[in-house]
Design a binder for this molecule. Structure first.
Ligand code: ADP
Length: 218
């Protein structure tokens, strides 16, 4: 059983890798952003409170985030581990996590800014089913239409070079103290660099697994 945290900038492929690691490592992926989006969709009373923060791009207050995290971790079947994606985002969140789970290692994806900008600028999403395309490497048959459901494809308004630069800056400012926190605690790191725009996800997943094997965690 292994408990991991994955850190990577927006556009680093974090979600894609985590979902593939899920099948290889017998873990659940716990992504706080996804949990919040689900609560908002269900329009629960807490979901309505959460929506105010998520819509403005602000962090959801720690006490709500921690409750949601605890609830989600409690649902994981015995004997199964987890990969956290999107948590912790602050030092108090990291400290709170220390109190509820033991983390075995940190996966850190290191992707140059130019790759992130190229990837996100080329990202297109289906308005109907949420499928994700890339007009450079994961091309839909028609640039405007979803292959899976025929829905219209759109570009997220924050997937433009200027806004992407800002998002990278925010990510780095937020994440560096957390990486330092876990380094100070002596947790092992699996650092994976991606230097090419066209590196297939399988290659990165294999590198992560190799790193975990060296630590006897896979
Ligand atoms: P992104 O990578 O674009 O930030 P996420 O899906 O990780 O997307 O998060 C979406 C939103 O959910 C964040 O902007 C924030 O409002 C909220 N959120 C996610 N994780 C956390 C967290 N650990 N603490 C507080 N808010 C969070």
């Amino acid at each position: 059983m292994v408990n991991l945290i994955i850190f990577g900038a927006p556009g680093s492929g974090k979600g894609t890798y985590a979902s593939r690691l899920k099948e290889r490592l017998n873990v659940e992926v716990v992504a706080t952003g996804d949990l919040f989006r689900e609560m908002i969709k269900l329009d629960t009373p807490l979901g309505r409170r959460v929506k105010e923060y998520v819509e403005r791009g602000l962090l959801v207050p720690d006490e709500i985030t921690l409750e949601v995290l605890k609830e989600s971790l409690a649902k994981i079947p015995k004997g199964k581990g987890f990969i956290l994606d999107g948590y912790p985002r602050t030092i108090p969140q990291a400290r709170a996590l220390d109190g509820i789970a033991k983390i075995d290692a940190i996966i850190h994806l290191i992707v140059p800014d130019w790759i992130i900008i190229e990837r996100l600028s080329a990202r297109r999403i289906c308005r109907n089913c949420g499928a994700i395309y890339n007009i450079l490497f994961l091309k839909p048959k028609n640039d405007m239409i979803c292959d899976k459901c025929g829905g219209p494809l759109y570009q997220r308004s924050d997937d433009t070079p200027e806004v992407i630069r800002k998002r990278i800056e925010v990510y780095e400012k937020q994440t560096q103290p957390l990486l330092d926190y876990y380094k100070c605690k002596g947790l092992p790191f699996v650092e994976v660099r991606c230097e090419k725009l066209e590196t297939p996800p399988e290659e990165v997943v294999e590198k992560i697994l190799e790193g975990l094997k060296k630590l006897n965690l896979a």
